[in-house]
Design a protein around this ligand. Structure first.
Ligand code: C2E
Ligand code: MG
Ligand code: MG
Ligand code: MG
Length: 281
């Protein structure tokens, strides 16, 4: 009897693995199709200058509209895209589309807008990102100072030597570099001595309880002070309340991004929002 139970458990176990593997394979096929059929599009979340209250640019965030599954969140497909290497072509599309969109905004008069693009570790460490970025700048005509690349601490730590070299080359081209989800990675922060990034993006988890945890508030204030003494700018992500904003203001945080100001918007929605905030008194 005990033997039978063991076998049943094993069957259950293997069939769970199988259905997981099948699900994954299915998703991978869907992703490949999505690339062929252009099922991706971009949303843009405004980045706001804390001092002036003006929109200085936006972050491009990829969206996947699947014919049956509907809208799939990046958190549900970017990890698989990274594992399978499909992020290389998705990422190339995102980079080019975001730059092209920004150039179009420049053409219609919004000449100071900059665009941030998330670059995954696979893209950064396993392909010639410098060549790809210069090619996109050339093809789209975007000036390098209007492009900001967001990379994570974990990406940097995967290969410090290479990262130092690549960041230097990207800086030489003239694009800006910011460290996304700052404070959450497995990082020694020693990298801050090694190369010059432009901006730290403090992760939402620190912002969430900034008004309720003096420890969190102390961490945020310290990050901002450290960044400023290193001549770096600071942006806070996930700002949802006026209370959070007012604390960030007293800490002299440079920019904010979050639902308080705006959720990620379609390209049309983004430009509408800017136009409205310009004409309002
Ligand atoms: P991230 O780069 O840290 O982007 C911030 C995420 O937080 C976005 O989610 C944004 O919509 C969300 N967010 C912004 N403000 C608020 C807020 O006030 N409250 C809350 N609750 N959420 C807020 P999203 O668009 O779902 O993207 C999730 C993650 O997926 C991104 O985190 C990024 O790591 C990744 N991702 C998105 N687009 C791309 C892309 O084009 N390429 C790569 N490699 N990764 C991407
Ligand atoms: Mg980001
Ligand atoms: Mg982030
Ligand atoms: Mg984040």
């Amino acid at each position: 009897k005990a033997k039978d139970d063991g076998r049943n458990n094993l069957q259950l176990y293997t069939s769970t693995i199988n259905s997981y593997a099948i699900e994954r394979l299915n998703m991978e096929n869907n992703l490949r199709k999505a690339i062929d059929q252009n099922e991706f599009f971009l949303h843009y979340q405004p980045k706001v200058d804390v001092e002036t209250g003006k929109v200085v640019g936006c972050e491009a965030l990829v969206r996947w509209q699947h014919p049956e599954m509907g809208l799939v969140s990046p958190n549900d497909f970017i990890p698989l895209a990274e594992e399978t290497g499909l992020i290389i072509s998705i990422g190339a599309w995102v980079l080019k589309s975001a730059c092209l969109q920004n150039v179009m905004w420049h053409h219609v008069g919004y000449r100071d807008l900059s665009v941030s693009v998330n670059i995954s570790a696979k893209q950064f460490q396993h392909q010639n990102i410098v060549e790809i970025v210069s090619k996109v700048l050339k093809e789209t005509g975007l000036s390098p100072e209007h492009l900001e690349l967001e990379i994570t601490e974990n990406c940097i730590m995967q290969n410090m030597e290479r990262t130092i070299a690549i960041i230097q080359q990207l800086k030489d081209i003239g694009v800006k570099i910011s460290i996304d989800d700052f404070g959450t990675g497995f990082s020694s922060m020693a990298y801050l001595r090694e190369f010059e990034v432009d901006k730290l993006k403090i992760d939402k988890i620190f912002i969430d309880s900034i008004n309720h945890s003096s420890r969190n508030a102390a961490i945020v204030a310290s990050i901002i002070n450290m960044a400023h003494s290193l001549d770096l700018k600071v942006i806070a992500e996930g700002v949802e309340t006026e209370e959070q904003l007012s604390l960030l203001k007293t800490y002299k945080c440079n920019e904010i991004q979050g639902y308080l100001f705006s959720k990620p918007l379609s390209a049309e929605g983004f430009i509408e929002m800017i136009t409205e905030s310009k004409t309002s008194p």
